[in-house]
Write a protein that binds this ligand. Sequence first.
Ligand SMILES: Nc1ncnc2c1ncn2[C@@H]1O[C@H](COP(=O)(O)OP(=O)(O)OP(=O)(O)O)[C@@H](O)[C@H]1O
Ligand SMILES: [Mg+2]
Length: 237
Amino acid sequence: MLTRQRTIILIIKYLIMSELLKLNQVNLTYQTGIDNIKVLKDIDLKTMKKETISFVGESGSGKTSLIMLIAGLEKVTSGQIFFRNQDITRLSEDEVSKIRRKNIGIIFQSFYLIPNYTAVENVALTLELNKFKDPQNEAKELLERFGLKHRLNNLPSQLSGGEQQRVAIARAIATKPELILADEPTGNLDSENSAMISEILFNYVKEEGSSLILVTHDEKLADKAQRKIEIKDGKID
Ligand SMILES: Nc1ncnc2c1ncn2[C@@H]1O[C@H](COP(=O)(O)OP(=O)(O)OP(=O)(O)O)[C@@H](O)[C@H]1O
Ligand SMILES: [Mg+2]
């Protein structure tokens, strides 16, 4: 029989291993000329592996900024961000980008597809960077699953908003990352496309056991997440 102390240690170990993200008193201030804009204020947040979370809040409340910090694409002004118990605010840009490339898939508010790459090339590039064996074929298969078989060789400018969004999602999940960050993944879509994108995303995280953090103004989409967090004026409400 386990002693009480050993049981407690095992539970603590389990909780530490299940933790994916921890934000500790995170602040972000942008300096614009002589002005300081305090965008995020004393953010504390813990998320677990496989958890799905939605961030909601008014325009300008700091949702995208928070996603950028978690992705390591923006630097905190103060505070710490732990990804799998490693403080990424203490790492060099190169070290953070290695962690990001391997573990985090990002769907940006404004897609950021490479304009002179076709749909399939946009997805294959991520797979190539992660040294996958057959990037072109894997990219093709994924895009076909997303209903883009007839658009594989189109440039982003030759795709509709919904199609570009599906390419951006395919790119973000191609390497099966542990964490997906999605900033307004259905922002510019009609209700039919929104429903499709939301189904793709939530099915994917369920199948792969990934974690999803999404930002959305769409209440229906926000409610699909296990936890809904409101950001109000740079603070977690
Ligand atoms: N690079 C920057 N320099 C200065 N201010 C910035 C910068 N980026 C964002 N901001 C400001 O920070 C605040 C938060 O911006 P953020 O993009 O995080 O908002 P958001 O909640 O994602 O809004 P939306 O719902 O409109 O996308 C805004 O007031 C914005 O003007
Ligand atoms: Mg935003």
